[in-house]
Design a protein around this ligand. Structure first.
Ligand SMILES: Nc1ncnc2c1ncn2[C@@H]1O[C@H](COP(=O)(O)OP(=O)(O)OP(=O)(O)O)[C@@H](O)[C@H]1O
Length: 574
C-alpha cells in the first residue's frame, strides 16, 4: 500500500491537490444551500422584501450550479489520476512478472499473479478514484455540516455529535476484521482462476475422459468457497450501512424532539430546524459514503499489499560481475560442470552431478524417461533457475555473469507445449524481432512448415487461433520450430519438440539443421532414440542422474538402459 501512496501517486500530488481544492469549493457550495434556505425562511420572507428574496434565490441557483460543475470537474480529474496511476502500476507489475524468475513463479503461482494483474489492480483503481471523489467531499460535508449546525443551534448539534464516537467505533472495528477477510477472499479467487484456467485449457481431455462431472464438482466447490468468503466479508461490511442509518436516525428523532421543545419555547426558529434536517441528511449521506469508502479501502488495501509483494521482490537472478572467463574452457561452447539442482530446497536433488561439454556447432541429445530431468537441464541452461552446485559455462563464461537478456538472446528454443499466439503466422514466427519476410519464409522452409502454410493460406498474414487451435499438433510444432530457427540462434534447444512430427519429417528436419545450421549448437531433448542417435554427444538420464554419456554406438556398447530403449524403439536397427 505504501508504495502506491508514496511512489505511484506522487507524480499526481499536484493534480490531486487542485482536484481536492475544486472539490472543496463544490462541497462548500453544497453546504451553503440549506443555510441560505434557513436565512430566507427566518429573516427575508418575514420582512416581505421581494428584491432580497430574488437576490437570495439567485444566490441559491448560483451555489447549486457551482456545486454541480465543480463536482463534475473534480470527478473527471480524479478519474484521470486513477486511470493513469493504475496504468502505471499494471505496466510495472507486468514488467516485473516478465522478468520474474521461475522459482518466484513457482512460489506465487501463475493464477495468483494473473489475479494480481487483473482483480487487484482493479480494486486499487476503484480505491484511488473513490478516495479522491469522496475522500474530500464526505469529510467536508461531515465536518462542515456539524460546524454549520453548531452555529445554527448548538444544543441540537450536540445531540448529533454524541452519535459520532459510536459510528467511528463501528467503522474501526469492522475494517480491522475486513482487511484479512478480503486477503483470504483474494486467495480463494486465485484458486478459482487456476481451476477455471485448467478446465478451459483442458476441456478436450476432460470431455475425452468423461470427467465433466468430476470437474463440475471441483468447480462447484471452489465457486462455493469464493461465494462463502464473499458472503463472510459482505455480511461484515453489511453491518456498517444499517448501523450508521440506525444511529443517525435515532439522533434525528432526538433532534426533532429537542427541536420541537426549543421552537415551542422560542429558543429556535422553524427555518433553522428545516435547515437542520437538511444538514442532517447531508451528514447522514456523508457518513454512508465514508462507510462505503471503508469497504473499498478494505478490499483495496488487501489488493495493494498483494501487488506490493510482487513489486518489492528482490532480483534473485543477479548478474555476478566479477566471475572469470575460463580460457581453457573457451574451446567448448556449452559446458555443464558437476551441476546439481533441486526445485524444493533442502529435499532430494532433481538433477545430480551433471557434466558435459559441447563444442560450437555440435549436437547434444538428451534422452530419458518421464521426469528424468531433461527439461530441467534446459531450464538451468537458460537460467530460469540457478544451479545449487557446479557451474554452467557458455563460451567459457559462467552464465551467472551474462546479463539475462544477452544470455537468452543466444537461444532459439521450442519448449514442450509452447505457445502459439492469436496472431498471424508471420508474427508468430517473428515474435517482435524485426525479422525480414525472407528470413521467416526460410525458417518455415527449414522447419518443414512451408508446405502446409502454402496449402492452407496464400500469405503469412493469415491469423492463427489462440493456442493454434486451427492447427494440428504437428503443424503447431513446425511453426514453433520455425520461430526458434528464424533468428539463426547461437544455441538451438528443441525440448521434446519433434514428438508430434512423423518420423520422416523429424529426419528431414535434422537434415536441414545439419545443412543450414552448422555453426548453431543444437540441444535436442527427446524420448525417441531416432531423434538423437546422430548427435555428437548423447546424455542418458534417469531420476536426475547421468547413467550414460557418449555417441550412439558407444552407448549401445556401454549403457544397458540405452540399449534397451533403443531395442524397444527401433528393433533390429539397434
Ligand atoms: N517447477 C517444478 N517444481 C517442482 N518440481 C519440478 C518442477 N518441474 C519439474 N519438477 C520435477 O523435477 C523432475 C524433473 O522434471 P523434468 O521436467 O526436468 O523432467 P523431464 O525429463 O523433462 O520429463 P518429461 O519428459 O516428462 O517432460 C521431476 O521429478 C519433476 O517432478
Amino acid at each position: 500500500m505504501q508504495k502506491i501512496l508514496t511512489y505511484y501517486l506522487k507524480p499526481y500530488y499536484f493534480r490531486m491537490s487542485i482536484g481536492f481544492m475544486i472539490k472543496f469549493v463544490g462541497s462548500i457550495m453544497d453546504l451553503c444551500l440549506p443555510w441560505i434556505l434557513a436565512y430566507m425562511i427566518d429573516t427575508i420572507i418575514p420582512i416581505k422584501d421581494k428584491g432580497q428574496i430574488y437576490l437570495w434565490g439567485l444566490m441559491m441557483i448560483v451555489c447549486s450550479f457551482l456545486a454541480v460543475s465543480f463536482n463534475v470537474i473534480a470527478n473527471r480529474m480524479a478519474s484521470k489520476v486513477a486511470r493513469d496511476t493504475t496504468e502505471h502500476i499494471r505496466n510495472d507489475l507486468f514488467e516485473k512478472v516478465m522478468y520474474l524468475s521461475d522459482s518466484y513463479m513457482d512460489t506465487y503461482t501463475k493464477p495468483s499473479i494473473m489475479s494480481r494483474l487483473t482483480t487487484d489492480t482493479y480494486n486499487v483503481h476503484q480505491m484511488i478514484g473513490r478516495i479522491q471523489r469522496l475522500g474530500v467531499r464526505a469529510p467536508i460535508l461531515l465536518i462542515g455540516g456539524i460546524f454549520v449546525t453548531l452555529t445554527l443551534d448548538p444544543v441540537l448539534a450536540c445531540v448529533l455529535i454524541i452519535t459520532l464516537p459510536f459510528l467511528a467505533w463501528i467503522m474501526i472495528k469492522v475494517s480491522q476484521r475486513s482487511i484479512p477477510m478480503y486477503t483470504k477472499l483474494q486467495q480463494s479467487i486465485d484458486r478459482f482462476v487456476r481451476i477455471v484456467r485448467e478446465d478451459i485449457s483442458g476441456i478436450r481431455v476432460i470431455k475425452a475422459l468423461s470427467k465433466e462431472d468430476y470437474e463440475r464438482n471441483r468447480f462447484e466447490n471452489i465457486n462455493h468457497e469464493v461465494v462463502g468468503e464473499e458472503q463472510k466479508a459482505g455480511m461484515l461490511m453489511a453491518v456498517i450501512d444499517p448501523s450508521v442509518s440506525v444511529i443517525m436516525n435515532l439522533a434525528l428523532v432526538g433532534v426533532l424532539i429537542v427541536g420541537a421543545f426549543r421552537v415551542n419555547s422560542g429558543l429556535s426558529e422553524v427555518g433553522k430546524i428545516l435547515a437542520f434536517m437538511t444538514y442532517f441528511t447531508i451528514i447522514l449521506n456523508a457518513m454512508i459514503s465514508i462507510s462505503k469508502m471503508f469497504v473499498i479501502l478494505s478490499k483495496a488495501i488487501a489488493s495493494a499489499n498483494r501487488i506490493d509483494t510482487i513489486l518489492e521482490l528482490e532480483d534473485d537472478m543477479e548478474v555476478v560481475e566479477a566471475l572469470n572467463t575460463y580460457a581453457d574452457e573457451q574451446k567448448y561452447h556449452v559446458v555443464f560442470e558437476n551441476v546439481s539442482f533441486t526445485y524444493n530446497k533442502g529435499e532430494e536433488d532433481d538433477l545430480k552431478d551433471i557434466s558435459f561439454e559441447v563444442k560450437q556447432g555440435e549436437t547434444l541429445g538428451i534422452l530419458g524417461g518421464t521426469g528424468a530431468g531433461k527439461s530441467t537441464i534446459v531450464s538451468l541452461l537458460l537460467r530460469f533457475y540457478d544451479v545449487k552446485q557446479g557451474r554452467i559455462l557458455i563460451n567459457g563464461r559462467d552464465i551467472k555473469s551474462i546479463p539475462l537478456q544477452e544470455l537468452r538472446s543466444k537461444f532459439g528454443v521450442v519448449f514442450q507445449n509452447d505457445m502459439i499466439f492469436e496472431d498471424t503466422i508471420l508474427e508468430n514466427v517473428n515474435l517482435g524481432r524485426d525479422l525480414s519476410e525472407e528470413e521467416i519464409e526460410e525458417a518455415l522452409l527449414y522447419a518443414r512448415a512451408k508446405e502446409f502454410v502454402d496449402q492452407k493460406t496464400n500469405n503469412l498474414e493469415e491469423a492463427l487461433d489462440i493456442k493454434g487451435a486451427n492447427l494440428s499438433g504437428g503443424q503447431k510444432q513446425r511453426i514453433l520450430i520455425a520461430r526458434a530457427l528464424a533468428a539463426h540462434p547461437e544455441i538451438l534447444v528443441l525440448d521434446d519438440s519433434s514428438s508430434a512430427l512423423d518420423y520422416q519429417t523429424d529426419a528431414m528436419l535434422r537434415q536441414e539443421l545439419n545443412m543450414h545450421f552448422k555453426k548453431t549448437t543444437k540441444i535436442i531433448v527427446a524420448q525417441r532414440v531416432s531423434s538423437v542417435m546422430q548427435a555428437d554427444h548423447i546424455i542418458v538420464l534417469e531420476e536426475g542422474r547421468m547413467i550414460g554419456y557418449g555417441r550412439h554406438e558407444e552407448l549401445l556398447a556401454q549403457c544397458e538402459s540405452y540399449r534397451q530403449i533403443s531395442a524397444s524403439q527401433m528393433g533390429g536397427v539397434a
